[in-house]
Write a protein that binds this ligand. Structure first.
Ligand SMILES: *[C@@H]1O[C@H](CO)[C@@H](O)[C@H](O)[C@H]1NC(C)=O
Length: 247
């Protein structure tokens, strides 16, 4: 479930086709020429952020667990269940999410791309393992969580998205504002009866749901608290935990 941040972003891909199809004819061909807006650079900017995510490393980790770890396999089955699919549809139809995706799709089209750029984030897992010793390295859900948090650059990605002295792109700033606005939709869905049931299921599987939740909230600017320092080696979180805004 640690890919939830990805899953969320991946949701964009799910609807990419639909939205792209609906939004393609944005302007009638005969529209009067308008003063040209500055070209959007969102697609380029997002691509350069995606490049900071070590996709190959994450792929190798997921592959090792997917092929060798029963606890992890069970969670992956849950994530791919009809129940989880319905939950993701429920999230997609929330007004805040629809508005975000519609805006994102338009901006990406204006910058010469489409929601398909999120396909760059998809994992490609090979079925046959070239490294037989991988079976010795897996260590249940907890082991996966520890490894994943070491690899995934949570703070870096946020710092590239969030407006700051170094991030002053108008397109990214607007994207950030809209991502932050999705929080009520997220809370509505995880607080729904179906959402609660699914969370219980994951908890029963040993997933540290509160950590996944903290990761998602931190990544999208819904919270300024990163993962607790007690359960995880601090890595890049140390700097952040030093600040008074933690909890
Ligand atoms: C996180 O910190 C920033 C900067 O101090 C602030 O603008 C923002 O509102 C905070 N977000 C939350 C969810 O507390």
């Amino acid at each position: 479930m640690q890919f939830t941040a990805w899953t969320f972003v991946g949701l964009c891909c799910l609807v990419a086709g639909t939205f792209a199809a609906q939004l393609a004819p944005i302007r009638p061909a005969a529209a009067a020429p308008r003063p040209a807006a500055p070209p959007s650079t969102l697609a380029l900017e997002l691509r350069s952020i995606f490049r900071q995510i070590p996709g190959k490393q994450i792929e190798k980790l997921v592959q090792a667990y997917l092929l060798n770890d029963e606890e992890f396999q069970a969670v992956i089955r849950d994530i791919n269940s009809l129940q989880a699919y319905r939950l993701s549809r429920q999230l997609l139809v929330q007004p805040e999410v629809r508005q975000l995706l519609q805006w994102l799709s338009q901006q990406l089209i204006l910058s010469g791309s489409s929601l398909k750029i999120f396909e760059d984030l998809e994992l490609e897992i090979k079925v046959l393992n070239k490294y037989p010793h991988a079976s010795q390295l897996v260590n249940g859900i907890r082991g996966f969580e520890l490894d994943f948090y070491q690899i995934y650059p949570l703070e870096l990605i946020r710092s590239l998205l969030e407006p700051s002295a170094t991030q002053s792109s108008p397109a990214l700033t607007e994207l950030w504002r809209r991502l932050v606005a999705v929080l009520p939709a997220y809370e509505r869905v995880i607080g729904s009866p179906q959402g609660k049931l699914f969370i219980q299921k994951l908890q029963a599987r040993g997933v540290a749901v509160q950590d996944v939740d903290a990761l998602i909230r931190y990544q999208f600017g819904w919270s300024n608290a990163t993962l607790g320092g007690n359960n995880y080696p601090s890595y890049d979180y140390t700097d952040y935990l030093g600040q008074s805004s933690y909890y």
